[in-house]
Design a protein around this ligand. Sequence first.
Ligand SMILES: *Cc1c(COP(=O)(O)O)cnc(C)c1O
Length: 370
Amino acid sequence: MNVPFLDLNAQHAPLRQEFHAAIEGVIDRCVFAGGPVVEEFEEEFAVFCRCRHAIGVGSGTEALWLSLLALGIGPGDEVITVPNSFMATAEAITYCGARPVFVDVDEHTYTMDPKALAKAVTSNTKAVIPVHLFGQMADMKPIQAVANEFGLKIIEDACQAHGAEYTGQRAGSIGDTGCFSFYPGKNLGAFGEAGAVVTNNSELYDKIRILRDHGQDRRYYHSQVGWNCRMDGIQAAVLRIKLPNLETGNQLRRAHAAHYNQALCDIREITIPTTAFYAEHVFHIYAIRVRERDRIMRHLASRGIGCAVHYPVTIHLQEAYRSLGYAAGAFHVAERCAAEFISLPMYPELKPEQVEQVTEVLREAVTCSI
Ligand SMILES: *Cc1c(COP(=O)(O)O)cnc(C)c1O
């Protein structure tokens, strides 16, 4: 039995008629770029995040970039984040003219180590971007304490954490803004590129809404220089159909994770993911750690099991950021994770027998050493 890493067709099949009707609705109403369907989605997504406002944008990367711009971050400023994230987290910092500064992560949650954050603050630090990696939120309370002490803004990178919680508070609702991606493979995915910023701050809401639409408040009256970061009407229509299933999808992901954990916890060679006491995890990614990754991944592939690595190279060691001057060994936990992570198949539609198949093949892979 083959087990694909991701199976979007399984998610879309039962909703096909609804998608067709919703997309036809956008065609009939001719509301393609921003507009009323995007506004409808924004209201619903804000409710889901338990936030006052949501702003639909073109991608998660734009959500991060516009958040930084709206908070006045620019040249000469430093923004602290983690090296074990998708490149976009750091790119957004670079694209507003500021400098990304990295700190290591906690070895159990793989999210920002608040003690490392406190040590990295300088007089130029303006903001911090904790990344809620794999669907588990960073430890926000001590991060907030550091941010308060030094007057830093907090931008949550919640691109992998739709519906995740920190002691009952939803991802995105704690920082100055929360940034979401609706890239097709995320827990809530569009039929192309899309993203959103959520915030409880009405001033930031107004600023980001204007920035994403060429800095115009009224059509053709531009109060500032912005950019085109609007969400497509068709993407909003698709997301409105998928949003009501997100909660159930996250529950199923947690159930699959529990199944994986129970089947893998006795294998000495495998480190299973840890759910922090504060967290409601939404398992965007189910990642294990192993020493002999290449051999084990080859074995999984040869038996038809789809897997991936998130991410093989930490951001501070990417060629693109050589000019920042970080060396190998700068962040021990993040670098070790990059060498040891394997992401296993994880999506709501995964069947229990598929989870079992993956765990059996894994057990076989670690015990045989061919
Ligand atoms: C997906 C992702 C992004 C970028 O989102 P896009 O919609 O692809 O621009 C940023 N940060 C993290 C952690 C992500 O997983």
